[in-house]
Design a protein around this ligand. Structure first.
Ligand SMILES: [Zn+2]
Ligand SMILES: [Zn+2]
Length: 117
């Protein structure tokens, strides 16, 4: 099986690719990127990004007024929010979806966090 390099350091690695689909959506304007990481860099990415997001599966049945995660840049709950979507395939047949929000005026910092800048 041909191996593509890890997007974190461009090195080839053993084992399956761990894919991450990151997106920031601001109305109809979306910025998306797919990453392929080795296991170590997937863990590093998720340790950085994960604490700012919530598990989208758990959120599905949430009642109105459910607490949203704060903006990763300023820690405030945004009034004028843009949305962050992250889908992670940590292993074959495993899919994890995460969701978050950021202030519209902190979009650049949210993009930097996700590696979309
Ligand atoms: Zn790597
Ligand atoms: Zn903010």
């Amino acid at each position: 099986m041909a191996q593509s390099p890890c997007d974190a350091d461009q090195r080839r690695y053993q084992g399956p690719a761990r894919s991450v689909y990151a997106a920031i959506v601001d109305g109809v304007d979306a910025k998306r990127r797919r990453f392929r990481f080795c296991l170590a860099h997937l863990e590093e990415y998720m340790n950085r990004v994960g604490p700012h997001l919530v598990d989208a599966q758990l959120d599905l049945g949430a009642a109105p007024g459910h607490t949203r995660p704060p903006c990763p840049a300023c820690g405030q709950v945004p009034d004028d929010a843009i949305q962050i979507f992250l889908t992670v395939y940590p292993d074959r047949d495993v899919r994890d979806d995460y969701w978050g929000v950021a202030c519209a005026n902190h979009r650049a910092r949210a993009e930097a966090l996700l590696g979309l800048d």
